[in-house]
Design a protein around this ligand. Sequence first.
Ligand SMILES: *Cc1c(COP(=O)(O)O)cnc(C)c1O
Length: 373
Amino acid sequence: MTAPRIETDLDKIRHNARRLVQRLGRDGIRVTAVTKAVCGHPDIARAMLDGGVAGLADARIENVERMRCSGIKSPICLIRTPMISQTDRITHTCDASYNTELDAIHELSQSALRANTVHGVILMVEMGDLREGIMPGDLDAIAQKVLKIPGIDLRGIGANFACLGGAAPDQQAMNELSDLAAKIEGPGGPLLVTVSGGNSSNLPFVFAGGNSGRVNDLRLGEAILLGVDPISTDRIDGLWTDAFTLVGEVIESNFKTRFGETPTASPTSTLVRTAADIQHVRQSIVALGEQDTDIEGLSPPAGLAFIGATSDHLVVETPNVRLPIGAEISFQPNYSALMRAMAAPNVEKVMRNRRPQSRGRAAEKIRYRLAVA
Ligand SMILES: *Cc1c(COP(=O)(O)O)cnc(C)c1O
């Protein structure tokens, strides 16, 4: 098998999704699975759907189109504020999008009307992360305008935490989000289908028994894929943390002579080299580099230490063993390493425990292409 490659155990993704769906279901919270870190890989998206998630979400239209082209029919939401240059593609492939700009919503309206469809809009509220979001004080006025825009269906509101600013969600933030939903709805009662409370960083709050109020949806990427809480990087109880393995191949193994340098006692000469400083280091090169992944985000196997990495070479030290040329080394990626490996064209994507696709899919695929053409 070729290297470098990233292997996905789809059973572990199914398990993680199912556990989170069941656990959050007890609190009346649906799971929207976020596929952006795996570039919308259709097999991984399907594994998430097999686990019972209510729908999918991605930040990039290309990833959404990739999933649609492979025959995925579930609801898909665009979670990054739309680009005006892409609104036709968005209304064509996404059931809804997260929005913060009225101008963009007007463009989505035009696209939806042209295509004779209705596009769902979820308004993102700024709650301290200082990335995307409408200021809470402006939300109600904007929502009332959106309700009147033709071709647009105001589906709900959402917030995002701990992505840029690092603020984790707490009881106060959840209360505020619930109050904002109530304010938009007024005395008419529940009208917003979705109140999306955040991402994987919301899970510790929910699991600790926090009251999520009107929140009935979380958008989860990292928790499903890597089984960890993004803030603490702690494993979430009952989830697999090793669904992904990045495999690289050894291309050189040698003893290298390293010269250490010892400061001398004399203040005038700073460093001297002595025989005792010469070290023979057993080191190897793995054909993997910064162009393939985020090397800092890899956990090496036991008995192997990183010395350094460049764009195409990862130099490792193995004090106790000689790694033969052609040996494969497996690393565990964190979110950043996973994301880059999935996006790197030279890293092969290998899926384990794939389920056979139903026979209808090939036909659906062709029909979809025709609709796009
Ligand atoms: C990436 C993203 C998510 C998913 O975040 P995780 O920490 O991977 O769960 C949710 N919402 C938005 C808006 C995002 O951009």
